[in-house]
Structure formats: structure tokens, C-alpha cells
Write a protein that binds this ligand. Structure first.
Ligand code: PLP
Length: 462
């Protein structure tokens, strides 16, 4: 299995190399050269199987010979052993034909645990046998960072540095990053917003001297290993509501486009998916783009769904790559235009995008109202991100095709917003109830590449 860059000039890599490097050296993102196919009979046979067995079946062909069968099964088993629900990704029914996929039973209460726990185990196995050490640097709007720290804390072969926008994440998110006591964990509160954090991270990866010097590895949502892990629950949930015998639609609360792109990969593999619906908050660059208004950056406006407060959606480049018929130079040009503010999508590419994805947005008021309405109707208490999904799904779903909305975080991860909406303070699950009592450890850093590089080098040599 070979992986190619969306910008066309980086070396072609195998799964391990693509996973360990994150961003390609030409600034692009790695995608499989060809997507493995699964037959309808094989999909039907997934029904009723444990999550880990489905994960193995779906991901195995993408990994190639990087791990043996036994190694890979062990990686999957260890990755999901710490989840607080035996089904890993249980489905709840919200309404006739509308289902909620609960992706928040992992150790940090958001869907990112599905990918990050797996990546942690894959890094450990791959680096351990080579006797190598890497420095992981990530940028987070809240959930990626906590999931990464949880997945890598205490592992022998990695140091993990996480940049988050100072003052712009929830207290639970912050505490999940600042309370682990392991020496290989470094939380960095940066002055700026999430897009600034993401931009400085990209700068570090594009600084080859630094990148090679500290053996930089990325686990942000652009990492192919993360996208791959997320493909699994599209299959596990779809077969529970009737696939492959009937098509299924999904609505996905979207920020960096990683989660929904995993749905697209599931569809490319052969899962009969009718619609993939992108749900955004008021930071709606993706919704505007998919509605034909071009891809133009605006100001990020803080919302009650902070994990979706972004303007530049990094994984969207993968969707553009396919919609431009895998034309690397065309993507290079679009990304150059983006630096100057934005670009128009060609008519042909837009048609391709619209054939796979539809979209909608929810305002702050609609988000809160959906938390209340869903609680009244089904007893399910939603986090604000999941509420955006439910709101948009209700507007888009069609009779006869089951709609599965992804619930991306546990309501207790965003207690202030949930309480403001419906008056209920969602309690943390018992297994993490001591989070508010632990000491915090964090370094405040400026929005400045040179200062960040110095800090990281200093910590590694400490
Ligand atoms: C990361 C995140 C999202 C957005 O996911 P993308 O893969 O970036 O589109 C949505 N909701 C929550 C709770 C998240 O943590």
C-alpha cells in the first residue's frame, strides 16, 4: 500500500512512513494511491461483530506489511481496552430513522480518542522495534491535544508538545492536558487562536532543519493514521441500521474535515452511503464553499462549540485533491491563493464535491435550542458540537434513508455551554471525577516560531 501527497512532489511512502511523518515534505497531505475495496457480502458479514474485529477487517489492507497480523490485532485491542463502553461506539435512536453514534466513551470523552489511542499504540510498536525516539508536536482547538496527551503519556519513545489557544478552550479540555504528571508531556498555552496554533505547527514542519533535528512527528488530524481509524465506525454503525442492504446517510459536526473525510473513504471502499452532511457552526467556511461561494477565510468567531472554531480546514485539501482529479499542481495553486485569503472552486470540482457532500450550519441559538429539544424528545443530553450535527441532520434527512449523526463529544466536556442551554450540569463519568482536584502544569508561549522552536529544544535537552 503506497501513499502519495496531495501536492504531487513529496516522496511516495508506505503506511508507517506516512503515519510517522504526518505532513508531507511538499506541504501536502498523504492519501492512499488506491483505496482498497470491500464487497457487499463482506460488509454484510460485519454485522454483530465486536468493534475490534470490524476495525481489523477495515484497516488491515491500508496498513500493508508494516505490522504483522498478530501485531496489528494487539494494537487494536490495546487501543480500545480503556473505553468506558463495551460497544466502543454505541448507537442510540433519537427519532424514527435518526440515530446518534456516541463516539465519546474514550478516555478524554471525544471521538478523537478513537484515532489517537490507535496511533499511540502504532507509534509505540513501530518506534520500539527500531529503537527510535520522536518529538510529537500538535496544535489543538481542545480535543486533539487532550486525546494526544492521553494516548502518549508515559510512552518510552515520544515527547509530546501540544499548542492550544490560551483562554479559548474549556476548563475540562485544559485540565485534561495540564494535569498529566508524566515528564514526556508538555502543554503550551499560545497567545492567539486555533488557526494561529495550526499555522505555527505548519511552520515547524516546513522548517526542515528543525523538523529533522528534533525528529518531528505529527498527530494532527492531517495524519493519515487518524483518518484511517475513523473509517471504522462508519462501517460498524451503518451495518447496525441496515447497510449494505439499504444506503445510509451521515451528518458530521465538522471542523478540520478529518472525521467526515473518513466517511468519504468508507464510501470509496464500497459502503453504500447516500449523503455525507457537513455540519458547521457560525464559522462556516465549509458550508459556504460547498454552497458554491468559494473558499474564503474570515475571522474566527468564538462559539459554544470551540472544537469547530476554525477557518482553514486542513483535511479539506484531501477532498479538493480528489475533486480536482488528483492534480497536485492545481492544489499547490489553490493553497497559494488561500495564503492570500481564499480561492474559487472550479465548476467541475464543485460538482464532484457536491455529489459526495452536502452541508448546513447552525447558529448559537439553534445549537442551544437543539440541546433542549433533543433532551425533551429523546432524553439524550448532547454536547454543543453534537447538537449542531443533530440540527443540520434534521433539516437534511430524507424518509426511507436512515440518518446517523455523529456525537463527537460527551456533554460533560462542555458543561458551561450545556448548563447555559438547558439548566443541567452534566457530571463527569465517575472514572475521571477527580479532574478538578489535580495540579496543573503549563507554559505560556508567544505566537512566534523562533521562540517556540527554542522552547521545544530546551525542553528536550533538559
Ligand atoms: C475535533 C472535533 C470536531 C471536528 O472534527 P474534524 O475532524 O476536525 O472535522 C467536532 N467535534 C468535536 C467535539 C471535536 O473534538
Amino acid at each position: 500500500m503506497r501513499y502519495i501527497s496531495t501536492r504531487g512532489t513529496a516522496p511516495v511512502l508506505n503506511f508507517e512512513e506516512a503515519m510517522l511523518s504526518g505532513l508531507a515534505r511538499d506541504g501536502g497531505l498523504y492519501v492512499p494511491q488506491e483505496v482498497p475495496q470491500i464487497t457487499l457480502t463482506e460488509i454484510a458479514a460485519l454485522e454483530g461483530q465486536p468493534y475490534e474485529a470490524i476495525a481489523y477487517k477495515i484497516m488491515r489492507p491500508f496498513v500493508g506489511d508494516v505490522f504483522s497480523d498478530l501485531e496489528f490485532q494487539g494494537i487494536i485491542d490495546r487501543a480500545y481496552a480503556g473505553f468506558g463502553h463495551a460497544a466502543r461506539a454505541p448507537l442510540k435512536q433519537l427519532d424514527q430513522g435518526h440515530f446518534l453514534l456516541e463516539l465519546f466513551h474514550g478516555p478524554t470523552l471525544a471521538f478523537k480518542d478513537f484515532a489517537m489511542q490507535l496511533i499511540g499504540q502504532m507509534f509505540q510498536t513501530a518506534l520500539g522495534r527500531k529503537g527510535e525516539r520522536v518529538t510529537i508536536v500538535g496544535a489543538t482547538s481542545g480535543d486533539t491535544g487532550s486525546a494526544a496527551i492521553e494516548a502518549f503519556r508515559g510512552l518510552d519513545n515520544v515527547d509530546v508538545f501540544i499548542l492550544y489557544p490560551h483562554g479559548r478552550i474549556s476548563e475540562v479540555q485544559r485540565r485534561q492536558m495540564t494535569t498529566p504528571a508524566e515528564a514526556n508531556v508538555h502543554a503550551l498555552a499560545m497567545d492567539g487562536d486555533f488557526d494561529d496554533c495550526q499555522a505555527r505547527l505548519k511552520d515547524m514542519f516546513n522548517d526542515f532543519e528543525f523538523r529533522d533535528g528534533v525528529r518531528l512527528a505529527g498527530v494532527n488530524s492531517i495524519n493519515w493514521g487518524r483518518v484511517l481509524a475513523q473509517v471504522v465506525y462508519y462501517f460498524s454503525s451503518a451495518v447496525s441500521v441496515g447497510a449494505p442492504h439499504r444506503p445510509v446517510s451521515f451528518t458530521v459536526p465538522t471542523g478540520n474535515f478529518g472525521d467526515i473525510f473518513a466517511g468519504y473513504i468508507a464510501k470509496q471502499m464500497g459502503l453504500p452511503i447516500d449523503k455525507l452532511v457537513v455540519a458547521t457552526n457560525q464559522n462556516d467556511i465549509l458550508h459556504r464553499c460547498l454552497s458554491g461561494q468559494g473558499y474564503h477565510k474570515g475571522e474566527t468567531v468564538p462559539s459554544i462549540s470551540p472544537s469547530m472554531d476554525i477557518q482553514v480546514s486542513s483535511n479539506f485539501e484531501r477532498a479538493l485533491f480528489d475533486s480536482y482529479d488528483r492534480d497536485g499542481p492545481a492544489i499547490v495553486q489553490l493553497m497559494d491563493e488561500l495564503k492570500a485569503g481564499g480561492f474559487e472552486v472550479s465548476q467541475g470540482a464543485l460538482q464532484v464535491l457536491q455529489s459526495h457532500y452536502s452541508s448546513g450550519r447552525a447558529s448559537e441559538e439553534e445549537t442551544s435550542a437543539t440541546i433542549i429539544a433533543t433532551l425533551e424528545k429523546s432524553g439524550e443530553l448532547l454536547c454543543p458540537h453534537s447538537a449542531i450535527g443533530v440540527k443540520v441532520a434534521e433539516a437534511q434527512r430524507q424518509r426511507g434513508t436512515p440518518m446517523i449523526t455523529l456525537a463527537t463529544a460527551h456533554p460533560a466536556k462542555f458543561p458551561v455551554a450545556v448548563k447555559a442551554a438547558c439548566g443541567i450540569h452534566p457530571p463527569l463519568p465517575a472514572r475521571m471525577a477527580d479532574l478538578y482536584d489535580k495540579d496543573e502544569r503549563v507554559t505560556r508561549v508567544p505566537n512566534d516560531l523562533a521562540a517556540l522552536k527554542e522552547h521545544i529544544k530546551g525542553q528536550l535537552n533538559a
